[in-house]
Ligand binder design. Structure first.
Ligand SMILES: Cc1ncc(COP(=O)(O)O)c(C=O)c1O
Length: 364
């Protein structure tokens, strides 16, 4: 059994993927080929914003965005300590300081009641994470950040395909960043990511920074990087695109089926009002997490822990001065969460075996 079955996905779409990739091999425009523009148009339209800029990874996209916002030394950026390292890593990489706000236990997303207190005159942006595949309340986040005059960037690496009150993830904040890492809800077969924004000037800067700080060859008004998305990977995503809606529906169906069967034996994911969930991870909370994981592994059922250590407890962020105990909800989550196999090709029979094995081991 696979935790995320990418081989099953490739088998299903092989004809289209091979054809699209072969086209790239034949036209030979490997860097910024026509598939890049085609994909950016398709994704911008889906998200409902005028600008999509594909980039080399979800980490590169966050960093390029912070550079475009001219965030650097002396600045603070608010985010959560219960996320993948990238979210905070990029803040330090541009020379700014990550300021952490705890999550709330039901959704693992930013606790909005604690957000206001984290602002200082040095705050230059807020990066909420739409963790595991559902969005925090962006109407409220935008309102709070708006009062302080700072932009909100959704880290939507795990939530592409999710919606909030009918509006798609990546389309509800000043700017948003997603990842096409293979295991993500809309993954390619290597690294990749994208930025979305309604702000034309910001879009132009991000486009420039992606490619050595200029939009014309040998003209570099900005300090940029090589952050371009690969044309072959754009071809993979274009081949997968017609199936994306189906995949999102399957994820929702499989997630709901897990919750129906597991409720009572662990804490199942709660879907906030107005949200749809794409279950980048199907994550439950169970006190004897490590025991359950070991027993499932012995039965050939892979699980994963996202995340076993909070970012304020990581050595790389020791200089920020946080202590264990500062973010109790994140810390408790890090010792109790367990993610179960989740992908659109998970058969009911396989899922039943996972549920049975889990229930046998978990004692609430
Ligand atoms: C919340 C979050 N942010 C950022 C990233 C970074 O994406 P990438 O792996 O494409 O650099 C990830 C992916 O792992 C993620 O889960």
């Amino acid at each position: 059994m696979e935790f995320i079955d990418l081989k099953a996905q490739y088998r299903r779409y092989q004809t289209e993927i091979d054809l699209r990739m072969r086209k790239v091999l034949e036209h030979g425009q490997f860097i910024m080929g026509p598939e890049i523009v085609e994909l950016e148009q398709v994704l911008a339209e889906y998200v409902g914003v005028p600008h999509c800029i594909t980039v080399a990874s979800g980490t590169a996209s966050l960093e390029i965005a912070l550079r475009a916002l001219e965030i650097g030394p002396g600045d603070e950026v608010i985010t959560v300590p219960f996320t993948w390292i990238s979210t905070a890593e990029v803040i330090s990489l541009v020379g700014a300081k990550p300021v952490f706000v705890d999550i709330e236990p039901a959704t693992y997303n930013l606790d909005l009641d604690r957000l206001e207190a984290a602002f200082s005159p040095r705050t230059k942006a807020v990066i909420p994470v739409s963790l595991f595949g559902q969005m925090p309340d962006y109407a409220r986040i935008n309102q709070i950040a708006g009062r302080h005059g700072v932009p909100v960037m959704e880290d939507a690496a795990q939530s592409f395909g999710a919606r909030q009150n009918g509006r798609p993830s990546c389309g509800v904040t000043t700017l948003a960043s997603t990842s096409f890492f293979p295991a993500k809800p809309f993954g390619c077969y290597g690294d990749g990511g994208a930025l979305f924004t309604t702000d034309a000037a910001l879009a132009e800067r991000m486009r420039a920074i992606r490619s050595h700080g200029g939009l014309k060859r040998h003209d570099h008004p900005w300090l940029g990087t090589n952050g371009r998305f690969d044309t072959l990977q754009a071809a993979v995503l274009l081949a997968k695109w017609p199936h994306f809606k189906w995949e999102v529906e399957e994820r929702r169906r499989i997630g709901a089926r897990y919750s129906e069967q597991l409720r009572g034996s662990c804490v199942v994911p709660e879907i906030a009002k107005g949200n749809t969930h794409v279950y980048a991870q199907y994550t439950v909370r169970v006190p004897q997490r490590d025991h359950v994981a070991t027993e499932l592994k012995a039965q050939g059922i892979p699980t994963a822990v996202y995340y076993p250590k909070c970012l304020h407890q990581q050595p790389v962020f020791a200089s920020l001065g946080y202590q264990t105990g500062d973010f109790p909800v994140s810390e408790k989550s890090s010792v109790e969460v367990l993610s179960l196999p989740m992908h659109p090709f998970l058969a009911d029979k396989e899922q039943d075996r996972i549920v049975h094995a889990f229930k046998t081991q978990a004692h609430p």
